[in-house]
Write a protein that binds this ligand. Structure first.
Ligand SMILES: C[S@@+](CC[C@H](N)C(=O)[O-])C[C@H]1O[C@@H](n2cnc3c(N)ncnc32)[C@H](O)[C@@H]1O
Length: 269
């Protein structure tokens, strides 16, 4: 049976999100199969048809790139995001996908999460593309974890330092690559729109310090952003081969430090 993929109308965007989505889909399936309050062990049956609907909170969920596919699996998803435009896009995307009844958008901030969400009330919390932007990543993450039921699943996606250094260097911006590499926050300059980036060690340490047992780390978009469009799309089968390469690199500790993004999955202790 073909997998569901977020953004499946856009092959390149789908390629960029695929590794994260596949890991998240499997983790949700295992969690849903485990029964309330805990994740199933390794190798547990992950038949989606047997999965109970989970309460999922997507902090900084934006226009629903992950929230809507999660709702398509049958889960009830609450998206908390400060941007009214993003929430408008979310509503439209959920409606088009036929899951508007399972997706709720709420305007709010991860730093004041419990103004709009219940603590300890969610089976899974997503925090994707947020920690690199917020004022205090540790405090934001602490709120995301506090929203989980004990044993609940946490999925964190954040900007990787090494991927940004590589991308700057390969584009010929050697000084800004060095600045990102040697600076305190992984920024390549004043014009860098991303306030901070993480190494795999920094991100896993942050997640573990929030009271989460780290179960998996992946490097995301190790090559996808570096390969010129023409190269990946000119030959039949090249995009599929690139996706296979991304999957292999995601699991490789040798390549995680140079990925554009890092994905960490874990369970609330
Ligand atoms: C890069 S987008 C990621 C969107 C989505 N999570 C995804 O992966 O497709 C970052 C999102 O974080 C939201 N955001 C920014 N600051 C935030 C904060 N303090 N609390 C919660 N969300 C925030 C933005 O509005 C935006 O929708």
């Amino acid at each position: 049976m073909p997998r569901t993929t977020p953004h499946d109308h856009l092959p390149r965007a789908s390629l960029r999100a695929a590794v994260v989505w596949e890991a998240l889909e499997d983790a949700l399936a295992r969690h849903g199969a485990a029964g309330p309050g805990g994740a199933a062990g390794e190798g547990a049956a992950a038949e989606h048809s047997a999965v109970r609907p989970l309460d999922v909170l997507d902090t900084g969920g934006g226009t629903g790139g992950f929230a809507v596919p999660a709702a398509l699996l049958g889960h009830r998803v609450t998206v908390v995001d400060p941007s009214p435009n993003a929430l408008f896009g979310l509503q439209r995307r959920a409606t088009e996908a036929g899951v508007a009844d399972r997706v709720r958008g709420v305007q709010g901030d991860i730093h004041a999460l419990f103004d709009v969400a219940e603590p300890g009330a969610y089976d899974a919390v997503l925090c994707h593309g947020v920690l690199e932007y917020v004022d205090d990543p540790a405090a934001g993450l602490a709120n995301a974890v506090a929203a989980l039921r004990p044993g609940g699943l946490l999925s964190v996606l954040a900007a990787g330092l090494g991927g940004a250094v590589l991308a700057r260097a390969l584009a010929g911006h050697f000084s800004s690559a060095r600045r990102a590499l040697t600076g305190p926050d992984g920024r390549w300059g004043e014009a860098d729109p991303v306030p901070r980036r993480f190494t795999p060690e920094e991100l896993t340490r942050l997640v573990a310090a929030a009271g989460v047992e780290v179960r998996a780390v992946q490097g995301v978009r190790t090559f996808a952003d570096l390969v010129p469009d023409g190269l990946a799309e000119s030959e039949p089968g090249a995009l599929d081969a690139l996706l296979e390469l991304e999957r292999a690199a995601a699991e490789s500790p040798a390549f995680q430090p140079v990925a554009a993004q890092l994905h960490v999955l874990g369970g609330r202790k």
